[in-house]
Design a protein around this ligand. Sequence first.
Ligand code: HEM
Ligand code: HEM
Length: 128
Amino acid sequence: MTARFMKIAVVYLFIGVCMGLYMGISQQFTFTTVHAHLHLLGWVSMALFGVIYYIYPTASRTRLATIHFWLHNIGVPLMQGTLFIMLWSESYALVSFTITGSVLIVLGALLFMINVFRHANRERSAAS
Ligand code: HEM
Ligand code: HEM
């Protein structure tokens, strides 16, 4: 699970910095929130998930971790992709998809929380 999250995180980092560079040069800030969340949900959160699953390998091998992976990785592109289109087209037509993506991310966070609570004390982590 660590390698999967890490590889996707660095892709979001690359997309995010390209977007930031474009925003800075063009002084075009319409998509600032998409840039911020691609970094914070795509790069930072996924890199942290990867590190935490590395520290707690038994948490990483659970079905909860697999479902968390898919909820987050369907949720982020759905939420940010539809938000990007709405900001670009100045329309709210896709808002239900943005909300759906956000809810998937929240459900993923819930499963992640349960998984960490279940496994953080049970094993000798890689860090201890
Ligand atoms: C080459 C790298 C980057 C460039 C050129 C860049 C550029 C920008 C620009 C131009 C803005 C809009 C500022 C404004 O609205 O006044 C912005 C906002 C933001 N960026 Fe970046 N960024 C970069 C990397 C990052 C990274 C790595 C993160 C997080 C890990 C990040 C997080 C944010 C956040 C949270 C905001 C919103 C700040 C706010 O609402 O005040 N950026 N960035
Ligand atoms: C399902 C997950 C999330 C949802 C639905 C969400 C939603 C939002 C919304 C509605 C805003 C206000 C945007 C605006 O005023 O234009 C916002 C701003 C912000 N959020 Fe989130 N957020 C989520 C996750 C996160 C996470 C995980 C982080 C940090 C690790 C974060 C950091 C921020 C920051 C720094 C801002 C201010 C910059 C901006 O305007 O985009 N968010 N978020």
